[in-house]
Design a protein around this ligand. Structure first.
Ligand code: CA
Length: 716
């Protein structure tokens, strides 16, 4: 409420009007309230209650006439001198509002044809709406017509290929300018949307070339950031969408860098930190700014700072498509990190301008829910907010051929929304991979509705980041617990948690922590963009150790990630000991902190080679990629020997490939551990990586801080 206003009136429910009157300005009688409609018809309103607040405002609750229509203009009158418009307040948050106005059509946004462009905007509380189109120097403003379900429509004759547009909506007596949330491209810093001619953005995305995904456990995810990945390259496309697929770049020692390296690594999925429009980088003056991009400005349009020309309608769209197409051609699928849980600002968002108070979660008394700790939470439970998210996912899949999504703070979204996303996405592409951060955040939503870890059973086919794995394998992630070690960083006491981690946290057996009902749901990781890197943590918590020891630890963590049941996830550069110079939250740090330092790939090439070897081994041994809890419970066996050596046996696995039995030994101590075997086993890998010469042993010497993988064939 604005303080200078003497009187404000809101329709808060279908049966409740609330009027606030500033008594300092109005000290007359306020016992007769009347409602006047746009045609001048006046009727009296009944006062249900009066609350005189300790502040200067008094609150009157009034009855509502049966025939009130949302989307029409009304005035509340006290006497001839005092009146105000009736605003559509929290009525938009009622179920009845959704029942009345939910629109399930697939034509929202601008639809281009060579002779006309059609516009459809869902804005039930707007009393008028216009579309304003600019093409070169020509500007056209056309009134939109209100149609069923509060959808405003216009058809504008002419060829508007590449023209920009905004909507002007009159809501609660005030005109606001908004960019179409369904616009597929925007100009620099999202001042306006663009009308796209689909013919000019069509290209072969090479989805059909990709192999079928039999199980999500066959996936190896590699996370990077568009700008970080190639910022170091001396090339005009460095740090851009087009940079992702730059070929021929080398490290100082002549090893592969960038796209060539990505292809050589063996990963199956490249996960990109947000590529949709965010607000923190000035698209016309990029260099002074850096951001990860978790401050969405527009969900359906690629970020302009990654485009060669942010003011060209097709640049950002086509360049992202070119990158995805080329990745697909190289056999690499693309996962987008999507931030539907909050936006940069509720007030500045186009959603809020178009239908105030509808799209963001609010408390009973109207305070913004802030489970995201970013000032607002998108309210996925509202039907049109949910529809927007589902439509947006479908758009990224249909238009860009995107293969998967990582849901930032998924726990703020609700179970039903996630399940609808899953259903829609699977229909578009059965190979789609969905996972998210299922942390239980303090958003205003009952716990049983949140898409969290504890509700994983309600989320069919949706994976989640396994923080149990992360915190036990690596140690604590937060800055203030940087000294708290995990199994691989020196606290051997965590040895008893590692069998649960390595079995994907699905085993329903004594001594195992069970988090998921399927290994396909467990995203196993120790490092991602959040928090400091493992390498930086070890510099602090293992500060007394030399580089060689820390390298062993780094390799061991990568080995455990890649040999565990579940879905392995690697943060780019982790495999060459990425550092951010100790910065624990580099979301807005400089390029120097965030960019991938390809020089390190030379320095830590042994870790890179080891990572490639473990990816190869994982691909070779299907028993490491079991698909169900039942299989893992049937075949996986763990023994902890002398409280210092893990023996992980996969028994009777002939059906999975060439071996009857596989044994993985993890030695996280600084001692050589000897171990006698009851039979002869082939050594597949040791602390250095794959063993290329066929070697059989019945006596093991496991070097410090290392993993040994053995296998045995059946009798025939
Ligand atoms: Ca932007």
């Amino acid at each position: 409420m604005r303080k200078e206003e003497i009187m404000e009136a809101y329709l808060d429910r279908y049966d409740l009007i609330v009027v606030y009157i500033h008594e300092q300005f109005y000290q007359g009688k306020s016992d007769t309230f009347r409602l006047r409609d746009a045609n001048g018809n006046v009727q009296n309103l009944m006062i249900k209650s009066i609350e005189r607040s300790s502040r200067a405002y008094s609150k009157y609750k009034l009855s509502v006439p049966q025939d009130i229509k949302i989307g029409e203009e009304y005035t509340i009158i006290i006497d001839y001198a005092l009146q105000c418009p009736l605003r559509f307040g929290y009525v938009v948050r009622t179920k009845q509002f959704d029942d009345e106005f939910y629109y399930d059509g697939n034509d929202l946004g601008a639809t281009y044809a060579a002779t006309k462009t059609s516009f459809a905007l869902w804005a039930p509380t707007a009393t008028r709406a216009k579309v304003e189109i600019k093409q070169n120097d020509v500007e056209i403003t056309q009134e939109m017509k209100r149609t069923d379900k509060g959808v405003y429509r216009a058809e504008v004759q002419g060829d508007f290929d590449g023209a920009s547009y905004v909507y002007l909506v009159k809501v609660n007596g005030v005109w606001a300018e908004a960019v179409d949330p369904y616009a597929k491209s925007c100009n620099a810093n999202k001042q306006r949307g663009f009308i796209l001619n689909p013919k000019r953005t069509t290209m072969d995305l090479h989805n059909a070339d990709l192999p079928r995904i039999e199980s999500y456990t066959d996936i190896v995810v590699y996370e990077t950031h568009v700008r970080d990945f190639t910022k170091q390259f001396p090339h005009p496309n460095a740090g851009k969408f087009l940079g992702l697929t730059l070929e021929g770049f080398k490290t100082p020692n002549g090893h592969e860098a960038g796209f060539d390296y990505l292809k050589s690594l063996g990963i199956t999925h490249l996960q990109l930190q947000p590529v949709n429009d965010y607000t923190s980088v000035d698209e016309l003056n990029i260099d002074p700014y850096y951001n990860w991009g978790y401050d969405p400005g527009h969900y359906n349009c690629p970020e302009g700072s990654y485009a060669m020309d942010p003011n060209d309608p097709y640049s950002r769209v086509n360049e992202l498509k070119i990158a995805i197409s080329k990745l697909h051609k190289a056999g690499i699928r693309v996962i987008l990190d999507v931030v539907y849980n909050h936006m940069q600002s509720q007030l500045n968002s186009d959603f809020e301008k178009i239908v105030p108070n509808y799209y963001f979660r609010l408390s009973e008394n109207g305070r913004p829910s802030n489970g995201s700790f970013c000032g607002n939470d998108f309210d996925s439970t509202r039907l049109m907010a949910r529809k927007f998210i589902v439509d947006s996912i479908a758009m990224w899949m249909n238009d860009y051929g995107v293969d998967g999504f990582r849901f930032d703070l998924m726990g703020i979204l609700d179970v039903e929304t996630m399940n609808q996303i899953h259903k829609t996405a699977k229909n578009i592409n059965p190979n789609v991979f969905l996972h998210g951060e299922g942390w239980n955040m303090p958003t205003i939503l009952p716990d049983e509705l949140k898409a969290t870890l504890s509700n994983q059973g309600k989320l069919e086919g949706i994976g989640q980041f396994n923080d149990f794995f992360r915190e036990h394998v690596k140690g604590k992630s937060s800055e203030h617990e940087i000294m708290v070690k995990g199994f691989c960083t020196g606290d051997i006491n965590y040895i008893h948690a590692i069998p649960a981690c390595m079995s994907g946290c699905v085993m329903n057996k004594p001594g195992f922590v069970r988090i998921f009902d399927s290994p396909e749901k467990s995203t196993n990781y120790v490092e991602c963009h959040d928090n400091g890197t493992v390498w930086d943590k070890m510099k602090v918590c293992n500060s007394g150790e030399d580089n060689a020891t820390r390298i062993q630890r780094q390799k061991m963590m990568l080995g455990i990630i890649l040999l565990s049941q579940g879905v392995p996830f690697i943060h780019s550069g982790q495999e060459f000991c990425r550092t951010k110079n100790g910065v624990q939250n580099s979301y807005a740090s400089s390029d120097l902190i965030n960019r991938i330092d390809w020089d390190r790939k030379d320095k830590y090439d042994l870790v890179v080679d080891y990572t490639k070897d473990m990816i190869q081994l994982r691909k070779r041994l299907a028993a490491l990629r079991m698909r169900t809890q039942e299989e893992i419970e049937k075949h996986a066996q763990f023994t902890i020997i002398d409280n210092r050596l893990i023996e992980y046996t996969l028994k009777n696995v002939a059906a999975y490939g060439e071996y009857e039995e596989i044994k993985i030994y993890v030695n996280a101590t600084k001692d050589v551990i000897t171990h006698s075997l009851k039979d002869m086993y082939e050594v597949l890998a040791n602390g250095n990586g794959l063993v290329t010469e066929t070697t059989f042993v019945d006596q093991l010497e496991i070097s410090p801080l290392s993993i040994t993988v053995l296998a045995k064939k059946g009798l025939n």
